[in-house]
Design a protein around this ligand. Structure first.
Ligand code: GLN
Length: 245
């Protein structure tokens, strides 16, 4: 670090200030892109964004000696924000997925998750296989959207927010919603007359998205995650928001 600073200094002195932008000051922030519509992972509480992902990212930033800055955006803008460097990391209950791995790298997974099916009480849909020939609501750009779009004979209705898909189900505009389990539990607990099918649609893993060329950051994130896991802090954060059934 010292040597590189000296080299930077020499180069800066050798070039005009207008031309020289190669050695910026050391980073002090860790910018996290998220979509704060996804309880209990990220949601708004008053003016702040709270939840499992916000706390994990804060703990990682603390470990790296950086200040966490959270940028709230549409879920389907997060990968582009990470790719372009607008954000350092994407932490948004984001499932590790082959297609996404073309655009970004993922950290080691920090939790196991699932896509589940929400239906109205009394619905004839009894398992994910029964979604055939039905109208299914998903959140735009999520793995729910990707997987349901791959099904034959299913009409996919895409919503910007998972919550809006649940509203459409309550209004009988659609027959079911495919969405991540923990937000599904929150939405079901807030509304009468809907329930989650026992059989999961998929099992998946959440991880932190990092730009393809940023191997150093990826290694740092994985090192911090490993520390959080070993110390029990990761589980503590999860347990604060998700009560065991
Ligand atoms: N786990 C899903 C995905 O990665 C949904 C994430 C979200 O809506 N925040 O696509």
């Amino acid at each position: 670090m010292k040597t590189s600073k000296i080299i930077c200094g020499i180069m800066a002195a050798a070039m005009s200030a207008a031309l020289f932008t190669g050695c910026s000051e050391k980073k002090t922030t860790l910018v996290m892109a998220t979509n704060a519509e996804f309880p209990p992972y990220e949601y708004r509480e008053g003016d702040s964004i709270v939840g499992i992902d916000a706390e994990i990212a804060k703990a990682i930033a603390d470990d790296m000696g950086l200040e966490l800055v959270i940028e709230d955006m549409a879920f389907d803008s997060i990968i582009a924000a990470v790719q372009s460097g607008k954000a350092d990391i994407g932490v948004a209950g984001m499932t590790v997925d082959e297609d996404r791995l073309v655009s970004v790298n993922f950290s080691d997974p920090y939790t196991t998750a699932a896509q589940v099916v929400i239906i109205k009480e009394g619905s004839e849909i009894a398992s994910p296989a029964d979604l055939e020939s039905k109208k299914v609501g998903v959140q735009l750009g999520t793995t729910g959207d990707i997987y349901v779009s791959d099904m034959q004979n299913v009409t996919v209705e895409r919503y910007n927010k998972g919550f809006e898909a649940v509203q459409a189900l309550l209004q009988d505009k659609i027959d079911a919603v495919v969405i991540d389990r923990e937000p599904a539990k929150v939405f079901v607990s807030q509304n009468e007359g809907i329930k989650i099918l026992d059989e999961e649609y998929t099992i998946e893993e959440y991880a932190i998205a990092v730009a393809k060329n940023n191997d150093e950051l990826l290694a740092d994130i994985n090192a911090s995650l490993a520390k959080l896991e070993e110390s029990g802090k990761l589980q503590e954060i999860i347990d604060k928001y998700i009560t065991a059934e």
